[in-house]
Design a protein around this ligand. Structure first.
Ligand code: DLL
Length: 458
C-alpha cells in the first residue's frame, strides 16, 4: 500500500518542480528568520532570490553538526519558542546533545513520513505495531508511535529493554509489525528461540529496523527467527528522526527517500563536491518543508549512494543504499552514539591511566561489544610492583582491579553504554606514525555486502 501516492509516485519532472518551488521558499525563509543562515549566505555572496531550482543546490553552503553545536541549544530555530511543541535530542559528541525542535506542522510531517515508512514496509491500518524503539529524547519511539497512529494502527508503546515482557506481549497481543533496532530484533528472536517458540507460532510479519548500521546477514537472521520480511528504516534527529527513508517490502532494494520533504545529494567526502548518480559518498540533505529547524544542505556524515531508477513498487522516490559508515569517527554501539574522543575524555579523569587507549568493537552475533584497552602510567606500574600487566595479574591485584572497575564506571557514565576495560602495559598500544592515529578497531565488518542500492537476503 502506498500511503501518499500523489507524492510518493509523482512523475519525476513534477517532483523536481515541487522541490524547486519548495527550495525557493526555504531560502527566503531561512534568510529572513535564522541569523546563522543570513550570515552564511551573505558571506558566500548568495542572494536567496537567486536560488531558483534544485540545480542551484551545489552553490549553497553546507550545514554541519558543529553548526548545531555552536548554536546550542536553540540558536538555529526559525520560529519563536512559543511555537515549538516538541524538543528531541540525540546523544552528544562533547557531552552536549544535538537538540532539535518541532512546530505542530513539523510533528504532523514527522507522523506522515513515518506512516509512509510503515506502509512501505508492509504495515496496514488495523494492524498492531509493537514499537520497541526507545521512547524519550530519542526520536525513534515517538516517531514510529505517531506514524503508526497516523496510519490507523494500534500502537503498543513498549519501548526498548525488558525482553521477557516484550516476548509475552508479542505472544499475547499478536502484533503483525515490530519496530526496533536490528540488534534488538535479533535479541528478541533469540529469546523466542530460547523459549522454544517457532516463528510460525507468532503473528509478526513485518519489521522496520534502523537507527544503526546492519548487514544483509543480520537481515537474513532476523527474518528467519522472527518470521518477518524486515525493511531498513533510515533517519536522523537533525532532519526529523526516523522516516527520512525506508525500504519498500516489494523490492527491499534501497530505501525510498521522502524526497518531497528531504532533498538528498551525494557529495565527495573530501571536497564536498556533488558526485554523479550511483557513486558512493556522503549523504547531504536539505529539509524542504520543516518550520522549526530548517536545514540547508546538512552534512549527515553517512556514507551511501543514491539511485533514481524506477522501482517496481511504483514509487518514484530516489532510493538510498545501506549506510556503509560515517565520515567522522562516531561509533554506534547498541544504538548509542559513541565518539572515541569521549572515551579519551572519560579515561583522562583517572590519573593512573595514560592518554594511550584503543577502542575495539566486535559484534557477538546480536550485540555490539566494546573493549577499551588503555595503558596505565609507569608510576602505577611501579606502585603495583610489576613490569608488565597481564589479565592474570589484574585478576590477582586489588589496586589494578579497582582501577579497572573505576575506568569501567567512568566510561559507562560518560558514554551511556558499558565497555570492557583492559589495562595495558605502557608502550604496548600503537602510536601515531606521523599521520592520524587510528584509535578505533571496528571488527563488526558492517560494510561487507552492503552493495548499493540492493541489499541481499530476500
Ligand atoms: O537514529 C533516528 C532513527 C530512529 C532512525 C529509528 C531509524 C529508526 P539519531 O539518533 O540522530 O537518529 O542517529 C542518526 O544513526 O546519521 C546514521 O549514522 C545512523 N542511522 C540511522 N538509521 C540508520 C540505518 C536516529 N537504517 C544516525 N542504517 C544516522 C544505518 C543508521 N545507520
Amino acid at each position: 500500500m502506498i500511503y501518499e501516492p500523489e507524492f510518493e509516485s509523482m512523475p519525476r519532472d513534477q517532483l523536481q518542480a515541487l522541490q524547486s518551488r519548495r527550495l525557493r521558499d526555504l531560502m527566503s525563509y531561512v534568510y529572513d528568520r535564522v541569523p546563522f543562515y543570513r550570515r552564511k549566505l551573505d558571506e558566500a555572496g548568495i542572494r536567496p532570490e537567486s536560488v531558483s531550482c534544485v540545480r542551484d543546490l551545489p552553490r549553497l553552503p553546507l550545514t554541519r553538526k558543529s553548526d548545531l553545536r555552536d548554536n546550542y541549544p536553540f540558536g538555529l530555530f526559525a520560529v519563536p519558542m512559543n511555537q515549538i511543541t516538541r524538543i528531541h535530542a540525540s546523544s552528544g559528541t562533547t557531552g552536549k546533545p544535538t537538540v532539535v525542535g518541532y512546530t505542530c506542522a513539523d510533528i504532523d510531517l514527522f507522523a506522515r513520513v513515518n506512516a509512509r515508512s510503515l506502509a512501505m514496509a508492509g504495515a496496514e491500518p488495523g494492524m498492531i505495531l509493537h514499537n520497541a524503539y526507545g521512547y524519550g529524547l530519542f526520536t525513534g519511539g515517538l516517531g514510529l508511535h505517531y506514524g503508526g497512529e497516523r496510519l490507523g494502527m494500534a500502537v503498543v508503546p513498549v519501548s526498548g529493554g525488558m525482553t521477557e515482557r516484550q516476548i509475552t506481549l508479542i505472544t499475547d497481543f499478536r502484533p503483525e509489525v515490530v519496530a526496533s533496532t536490528p540488534s534488538y530484533a535479533l535479541t528478541l528472536g533469540q529469546e523466542l528461540q530460547r523459549r522454544g517458540v517457532r516463528p510460525g507460532e507468532i503473528s509478526l510479519r513485518f519489521a522496520l529496523l534502523g537507527a544503526e548500521p546492519w548487514t544483509p546477514a543480520m537481515r537474513a537472521e532476523v527474518d528467519a527467527c522472527l518470521g518477518v520480511r524486515s525493511c531498513n528504516l533510515y533517519g536522523l534527529s537533525e532532519i526529523v528522526g526516523p522516516g527520512v527513508a525506508c525500504e519498500c517490502i516489494e523490492a527491499r532494494d534501497g530505501s525510498h527517500v521522502c524526497e518531497d520533504h528531504f532533498l538528498p545529494e551525494i557529495v565527495d567526502p573530501a571536497t564536498g563536491e556533488p558526485l554523479p548518480e550511483g557513486n558512493e559518498g556522503v549523504l547531504v540533505i536539505t529539509t524542504l518543508t520543516k518550520q522549526a529547524l530548517p536545514l540547508v544542505r546538512y552534512w549527515t556524515g553517512d556514507i551511501t549512494r543514491l539511485s533514481y531508477e524506477p522501482c517496481r513498487c511504483g514509487r518514484t522516490l530516489a532510493r538510498m543504499g545501506l549506510v556503509k559508515g560515517r565520515t567522522d569517527d562516531m561509533l554506534i554501539i547498541r544504538g548509542v552514539n559513541v565518539y572515541p574522543s569521549e572515551v579519551g575524555m572519560a579515561l583522562g579523569r583517572l590519573p593512573e591511566l595514560s592518554p594511550h587507549y584503543r577502542v575495539v568493537v566486535t559484534r557477538e552475533r546480536t550485540l555490539d561489544e566494546m573493549e577499551i584497552q588503555v595503558e596505565v602510567t609507569d608510576e602505577f606500574l611501579r606502585i603495583v610492583g610489576t613490569e608488565t600487566l597481564s589479565e592474570e595479574f589484574v585478576e590477582r591485584n586489588q589496586l589494578a582491579q579497582s582501577l579497572r572497575g573505576r575506568a569501567g564506571h567512568a566510561l559507562r557514565e560518560a558514554l551511556g553504554v558499558g565497555a570492557r576495560v583492559t589495562l595495558a602495559t605502557p608502550g604496548s598500544l600503537p602510536r601515531s606514525e606521523g599521520g592520524k592515529l587510528l584509535r578505533v578497531q571496528d571488527l563488526r565488518d558492517l560494510a561487507r555486502g552492503s552493495g548499493v542500492p540492493a541489499i541481499q537476503g530476500g
